[in-house]
Design a binder for this molecule. Structure first.
Ligand code: AMP
Ligand code: MG
Length: 401
């Protein structure tokens, strides 16, 4: 049996980051920056007010209360104040409006009292710079604001917009072909004939790939026929950065994926020291990485999560390729028998008042039993041995789909 870590290292090494491309920043959500982003403008572009209030000369408000003459009003986006604020003068100013020349502090409206005669009384003394947002105090022109490797999340998009970075260099999204194999699989909702079952893996893997950030090329269910499968795989390899297959990689006589890829690709057939998802294949077909996932739905899911997803994330430039892991508390016993394998039990959990993530198993854990697994939001990593008692700490991988 192959250790999971060795298999993970093998696939990660065979899946280096894809080249960069330059795209509109508005299309970059979820992508990974391939180059540092340098600001070309100051943010904010001009000194402006942090509050609604009165722009003043701080020297006039060194002691309070003090009364000043209101000589104008400035809203955000308004034309700048004409001329310079003189001694004894104040300008009514709104948040975001440019601070008038001559003014160097803003009194909050909450600390003011408008008098009937065009003056304002300010109740608190002010320091120079008070409530003024200086030009460039967020970002300075020329500064590197985002490093290569940053994942473009919504606030990053907001930052890119604020510095007018219209085009950005990002790693390409991986184009991934996905297919199921198996003559027993039915996809069209028709009544099942004897021996048939309904397809579930393709239906599950396609959105998992999309959620991982891949562009998905759905190839459907391919019959257990060598020539057909070879043609589909060769075409898929020519048009994609990777291929994910489900089924046909274990010891059965009709395991066509094994037969065909064994003949046309450079593959490693592994029996991983994990449960579920023992059979797993990985290799290159005409240089394109192929992930051969087992057919049992739970196994398919677990090997996708542990092996395919991290490698695909690496191709797309991610530095953190695994799901988030943390040490949780199991509220129920996690039973297992010693068998030389690490078990990945499907669990559901939530954070409790003690600040710890508490989990419990979801139910039937067979590798064909998707019903319980569909409700899991984490995989509990139960090392070889007799299992874990209720209340024990257990490492979990959070699957937030
Ligand atoms: P295989 O890996 O092809 O030997 O399949 C192992 C088990 O998983 C068999 O019981 C198959 O019927 C089942 N299976 C294979 N592919 C799928 C699929 N796409 N959806 C649901 N079950 C599948
Ligand atoms: Mg099969």
């Amino acid at each position: 049996m192959t250790d999971l870590e060795d298999a993970q290292q093998l696939v990660l090494e065979a899946c280096p980051p894809l080249p960069a491309e330059e795209i509109e920043f508005t299309d970059a959500l979820g992508r990974v920056l391939a180059a540092d982003v340098r600001a070309t403008e100051d943010v904010p572009p001009f000194a402006n007010s942090a509050v609604d209030g009165y722009a003043v000369r701080a020297a006039d408000v060194a002691t309070a209360p003090v009364e000043l003459t209101v000589v104008g009003e400035l809203a955000a986006g308004a034309a700048p104040f004409e001329g310079e604020l003189g001694p004894g003068q104040a300008v009514r100013i709104m948040t975001g409006a440019a601070v008038p020349a001559g003014a160097d502090a803003i009194a909050m409206v909450e600390d003011s009292e408008r008098l009937g005669d065009g003056r304002v009384r300010l109740h608190r003394p002010l320091e120079p710079g008070s409530a003024v947002r200086a030009a460039g105090d967020d970002v300075r022109a020329g500064e590197v604001v985002l490093r290569a490797g940053t994942v473009v999340r919504p606030p990053v998009l907001g930052l890119l917009a604020s510095i007018n970075a219209r085009r950005v260099s990002v790693h390409r999204a991986a184009r991934v072909a996905v297919l199921s194999t198996g003559d027993e699989l039915v996809t069209d909702g028709s009544p099942l004939r004897p021996g048939q079952i309904r397809e579930s893996n393709l239906t599950m893997l396609a959105p998992l790939l999309a959620e991982a950030g891949c562009v998905v090329d759905v190839r459907g269910v391919v019959p257990d026929d060598d020539a057909t499968l070879e043609a589909v795989l060769r075409d898929a390899a020519a048009r994609n950065d990777a291929i994910v297959t489900s089924g046909g990689v274990s010891m059965g006589d009709y395991d066509v994926v094994k037969a065909v890829l064994g003949r046309i690709a450079d593959m490693q057939w592994m029996q991983l020291a994990i449960k579920p998802a023992k059979p797993f294949a990985f290799g290159l077909l005409d240089g394109t990485p192929v992930f051969g996932l087992p057919g049992n739905p739970v196994s398919s899911l677990v090997s996708f999560e542990l092996l395919a997803r991290p490698a695909l994330r690496r191709m797309m430039g991610h530095r953190h390729v695994s799901r988030t892991s943390l040490v949780a508390i199991t509220d129920e016993e996690l039973p297992r028998q010693p068998d030389g394998k690490v078990h990945f039990l499907r669990v559901t959990g939530s954070f409790a008042d003690d600040g710890r993530y508490h989990v419990r198993p979801v139910g039937a854990q067979g590798s064909h039993q998707l019903a319980a697994t569909a409700l899991a939001d984490a995989l509990a990593v139960v090392p070889d041995g007799p299992g874990l008692p209720a209340g024990a700490e257990v490492a979990v991988l959070l699957l937030r789909w």
